[in-house]
Ligand binder design. Structure first.
Ligand code: XIL
Length: 469
């Protein structure tokens, strides 16, 4: 015997990302991608619509993101250009990228990012000249005398810094030189050239572009600890020796809920040495799937990191390591973790985005109510029998649109999806994730898409909360 019931739950989201003035201009010229239009309705300007770069500028700060050159079109390019005042090539300027074969150079992605930045009146942070990772095989597999290695390094730095002379605001000259206990990391450079490879690299970079700010950059140096103290002592001694060092980069690859309590104090002690400080690679990873609670905690974490920088005059730049979860190194590097950036995979701003905005003096509500633009996902059960049921999810947009979609929910009573249509669904434990089929990713403004599924149940069949995005 079949009974029938219908219950709905709804979750709403919207997406600033492109400032209203730019959205309207783009609409008039027809030159904006569908994804970029999510949330673009006939809305009145809200404080949260002020781009992060404008909020940062009002505080005398620069807000940056790491980018992938090939992605700088469509919604990704629109957001990168509109929201950020600095770009860091995520990989494009690393030695392994620019000189894959000795003497043969590939500057294409780096050139593209620099050109994009110039067109959007953005700074570029060069990243990175001396590191133990992502070096070309010819270099790491070669056998070199210390003198040869030193001249290879000098040549590399001189070539790259000269190429972009006048176009790079700051270089992460030396990356990740320390172990966790504050001793020097054994690398190709340290093992063969000793600790002075750092001073030499800075000196060579300065000779090639005297105007660029030169940084030493590392991770797990955000709080006061053995590693950051070693970095502090090095910077102090470099300054005393007259070595050209202008700044310290704190990468800030953080874990949810673990912003060091001493972050601001640590930034301040570096500033007091007479150098600038930048948060160079901020992300806050969490165990997947993200929940409303973890996204709220993430907002607090982003807000406290940006707030700590905002509170110290010499903290000049906060850069996120990818602005969207679709362009983050976290899922592949830390299995089971993700959702580490301020925008989701569909370029919708997450609570973390508003955490950044609030720390920069922007809007205070999270997220703001959707005045005219929103897409919602509604779950309902249309038919239920002794051990199974049929359900559907309707994704509807009003004043917004989607070019692809993904919804997820967590079953609270052991329900299991057995079959789905008009979507590709997977279930892992309690968590169901459904993405559009090849033919129904587009949900136009004023339109809707529905997919259906069969599932099993026993005992009870509570309606889950559905997350869109
Ligand atoms: C990461 C990139 O984001 C990845 O795409 C790449 O596969 C590995 O490197 N610290 C750094 C960055 O200084 O250069 C790293 O970037 C992340 C950790």
């Amino acid at each position: 015997m079949r009974t029938s019931r219908s219950t709905t739950t709804t979750r709403t989201f919207r997406a600033p990302g492109i400032p209203l003035r730019k959205r309207i201009a783009a609409l008039l010229t027809g030159a904006v991608s569908v994804a970029a239009l999510v949330g673009a309705g006939a809305t009145t300007a809200h404080a949260a619509d002020t781009p992060l770069r404008d909020l940062a500028a009002a505080q005398g700060k620069v807000i940056g993101t790491a980018v992938t050159g090939s992605k700088l079109t469509g919604a990704y390019g629109d957001i990168a250009g509109a929201q950020f005042s600095s770009l860091t090539p995520g990989n494009a300027m690393k030695w392994g990228t620019v000189e894959p074969t000795q003497g043969s150079f590939n500057w294409s992605e780096a050139d593209q990012i620099v050109a994009f930045a110039q067109a959007h009146h953005q700074q570029v942070r060069g990243h990175t000249l001396v590191w133990h990772n992502q070096n070309p095989n010819w270099l790491t597999n070669g056998s070199w005398t210390p003198a040869q290695l030193s001249s290879l390094l000098q040549n590399h730095i001189t070539t790259e810094v000269t190429r972009y002379k006048g176009k790079i605001a700051a270089w992460d000259v030396v990356n990740e030189a320390f172990n966790e206990d504050g001793t020097y990391r054994p690398t190709l450079w340290y093992d063969n050239l000793g600790a002075d490879y750092i001073a030499n690299a800075l000196t060579w970079a300065h000779a090639a572009d005297p105007a660029a700010k030169l940084y030493i950059n590392d991770y797990n140096v955000e709080g006061v600890n053995a590693k950051s103290t070693a970095l502090y002592n090095l910077v102090k001694s470099l300054k005393q020796r007259g070595v050209p060092i202008d700044g310290v980069g704190l990468q800030a690859h953080l874990i949810l809920g673990q912003v060091p309590a001493t972050l601001q104090q640590n930034i301040q002690r570096f500033a007091d040495l007479g150098v600038d400080v930048a948060i160079t690679e901020l992300d806050v990873r969490m165990q997947l799937p993200a929940t409303a609670a973890s996204l709220t905690q993430q907002k607090a974490d982003f807000k406290s990191v940006v707030g700590a920088c905002a509170a110290v005059t010499r903290c000049v730049n906060v850069t996120v390591w990818g602005f969207t979860d679709s362009d983050s190194w976290v899922p592949s590097t830390f299995p089971g973790y993700g959702a580490a950036t301020p925008y989701d995979e569909n370029y919708n701003p997450k609570p973390a985005y508003y955490g950044i905005a609030e720390a920069l003096g922007g809007g205070t509500s999270t997220p703001p109510p959707p005045p005219g633009g929103a897409c919602t996902a509604t779950y309902s059960v249309s038919s239920q029998w002794n051990d199974g049921f049929t359900g559907q999810v309707r994704i509807a947009c009003s004043g917004a649109s989607l070019s692809s979609w993904k919804v997820s929910w967590s079953y609270g009573a052991g329900q299991r999806i057995t079959q789905a249509w008009n979507a590709v669904c997977t279930q892992s434990g309690a968590v169901v994730t459904c993405q559009n089929a090849s033919y129904n990713g587009t949900v136009p403004d004023g339109g809707a898409v529905t997919f259906g599924f069969n599932a099993s149940w026993s005992g009870s069949n509570p309606v889950p909360t559905v997350t869109l995005g």
